[in-house]
Design a binder for this molecule. Sequence first.
Ligand code: ZN
Length: 527
Amino acid sequence: MATLKFCGAAGTVTGSCSHITTDTAQFMVDCGLFQGNKTTQKLNYEEFPFDPRDVEFLILTHAHIDHSGLLPKLVKHGFNGPIYATSSTVDLLEFMLLDGASIQVSNTEHLNRKKKRRGLPQVQPLYVEEDAQQTLKQLRAVDYDQWFEPKPGVNIRFWNAGHILGSASAELKLKESDSDAPMRMLFSGDIGPEEKVFHPEPDAPDGFDYLICESTYGDRDRDDYTLVKRREALRDELVEGLARGGNVVIPSFSVERSQELLHDIGGLVATGEIENAEVYLDSPLARKVTKVFMKHVGVLEDIDVDPSELFRHKNFRMVESVDESKAVNRIKKGAIIISASGMCDAGRIQHHLKANIWRDKCTILFVGYQSPGTLGHIITSGAEDVKIHGELYKIKANIRRLGNYSAHADRSELVDWITERAPVVGGLFLNHGDDDARAALRELIAKKGIDKDKIHLPAFDESFELVASGVKSTGRSGVPAYEASLKNDWHNDYAKLLLEVTNRLENAKDGQERQAILGKLLASLKE
Ligand SMILES: [Zn+2]
């Protein structure tokens, strides 16, 4: 009998982590970082709800940090088995995990300085560079479409998931004794859309006992688009942005999104549709990831330049040092600046926002999902001013959004992908999506003929026994309940309130009015 436990990405879209126990093996699929508001991030510091030393091996579906970002923590706590991933994923992780470690260390230093000033105890980083280095040593590259056997009775094969470079769905055959028929499982990982530059459509076989599928866009269909249409929309934004007489700043994820943008912008510059623009990629990680893409250029599809020319247009500037980055901050017009992080909550993008967001000739163009609580979310929600590095900035730049750069399948594509995997006889688990998305997707799938009772929406920390007749929940192991606070994190409301108070005080006509406002606030606190 096997047990499947959802240790993350259940009711949320981050912290992807599944733990599987059979009579003869114990292993994991993915080990991702929890990202989002402070309440969600705190989950990264919880103990794993199993002993990492007992885990024999791990299957990694792709390099995104919400699937791989806690691997060094797992290793730090005693996991010493192999980590199986595609060769592109292995190459991406070399930079991403070290980048992750340096972010952990610098964030902790910053936090500890604050804590010291307040007389509070110091905290340890989640992991440090040595843990990331050790994790890299445990990686094992495996090709798509090739069975491998981490231990007798466990056979695994990767399928192209079409989501990012190296992304895979993992097919498993588990055999507990010679007489039993093997149990067939499929973990979708993250699934890409049908229209995507660089990668073919997602693919996998059919006929499973258990299917575990992501549901990020389970309740949303995107507008129909083609790669050509998308590039036209990007062109219109860039042409209009540059015509305003300032810069166009694009917050972008380092992995895949930055490379898609470079590919599309390269095409627009080459055909003269965008003239005279200098294009800066200012993210150390994105620059390294771009090199991994160049190394694997042979597997990239739909590229419209000679592969040897990809990302090498003469107008492109790959910014390296901090001094070069500061020089880009001083450019007043005519620059397209792609920088990370994609949600603006860290990295060099914050400096570019500081230099451009208060200028009405500039444009900030968002091309990715903005998680609630992030700086990017605040800016795209129509705020009039924002705090960056403790300073208040008026938002005068034109704030624009372009929605078609998603790396995820939308609702119809998910439904198609799932129904193509039928029959699924034991159970279908929908994870990696919020509760509304999962519930909506369940209804749609049920209409397509999969028994609704067999479609499960696992809770965070919930375990299931995979038995012959189907699935039996065995409940949760007792990680503190957090669902309610994940959605309504008080830190964001608090930040908003502080901003409101500052605004009100600054706009008051004199000291007397300010005293009156403060008096009222204090009185209401005492109520
Ligand atoms: Zn992903």
